[in-house]
Design a protein around this ligand. Structure first.
Ligand SMILES: [Cu+2]
Length: 117
């Protein structure tokens, strides 16, 4: 029965398209810079003060993020400056990558090296 077979293919294609579009909505991610306000390793959470953030359509604020994996929190402390990646899953904002931006690094970049003596 050729007709039935085509109908089945149509259903499969339709569900594949639906799956793709919902994945695209889940995969929304953005990068930002901020300052650590609280580290909660037990709950895999971090509170970060961030500036205006167009990628997530937010103004400047201090907010809590889930962290995945928790190991991203290792060595982090309050008032560390960080650059991080966030993925939005429904109402949750999850930090999936994070690195500290050290003051030493910016000082090194701004200082002309002195050679010899
Ligand atoms: Cu925010």
């Amino acid at each position: 029965m050729k007709y039935t077979h085509q109908k089945t293919i149509f259903k499969l294609v339709a569900s594949a398209i639906l799956t793709l579009s919902s994945c695209a909505a889940l995969a929304q991610s953005a990068t930002a810079d901020g300052e650590i306000r609280k580290v909660d390793t037990q709950a895999s959470r971090v509170v970060i003060k961030h500036g205006e953030w167009t990628g997530m359509r937010m103004g400047a604020m201090t907010m809590a993020f889930k962290v995945r994996p928790t190991s991203l929190l290792e060595g982090l402390k309050v008032s560390d400056k960080v650059h991080f990646v966030v993925e939005q899953e429904g109402n949750d904002f999850i930090v999936t990558a994070m690195e500290t931006v050290t003051q030493e690094a910016s000082l090194t970049a701004a200082t002309t090296p002195v050679k010899g003596n």
